[in-house]
Design a binder for this molecule. Sequence first.
Ligand SMILES: [Fe+2]
Ligand SMILES: [Fe+2]
Length: 212
Amino acid sequence: MKKITDKLYQFSIYIPPMDFTIHQYLLDTDPAILFATGTAQQAQSTLSDIKKVLGDKLLKYIFISHVESDECGGISVLKKAYPDITVICGELAARELPGYGYTGKIQMKKGGETLTDGYLKLKFVDYPSEVHLQNGILCLEENSGIFYSADIALRFGNGVGKIIKGSWSDEVNAIDAERVPNEKACEKLKEDLEAISPNLIAVGHGFCIDCR
Ligand SMILES: [Fe+2]
Ligand SMILES: [Fe+2]
């Protein structure tokens, strides 16, 4: 576990043969939110770190960008520890999550929608996530300016605990057919992303990016 900013904690694994890092993030605000669960295996160790940070405070939300083992594989582990948890996800993930053993609360969101609760002011962007062009979502927390980017702004290398300097528009421009093969969907995603301006990109893979 690494403390990335004031309230943001990063949980990671680095896989040397792939030169690839997988991250999840806990935003220790009131209420607290976890971005991605990691795989079922990862979630066990992530959970003990979350408990260390939160103490008696409950984890209220888990944001799930799209259905893949790194994003939601550990959902059952977290649900067991926090039975009242609410998952925030898109329509497709809401349908698929029972397959990961999750039958708890869900708040379904789509691009343009928001969720305000205490400190949290979440804004969602539609995300045609790669591989199956599935309809996922991405999330900006507007008070902190932290954007959870899932597989966008992905870089190879050991990015554990590391923040690089970058520009939001460069990262948006760099989204290509490899990430989002459908041309129209890719253009729409870039348009939606250009409309926001995060301070920090909390990436699912690689190096966090300071955009200020
Ligand atoms: Fe993914
Ligand atoms: Fe991913």
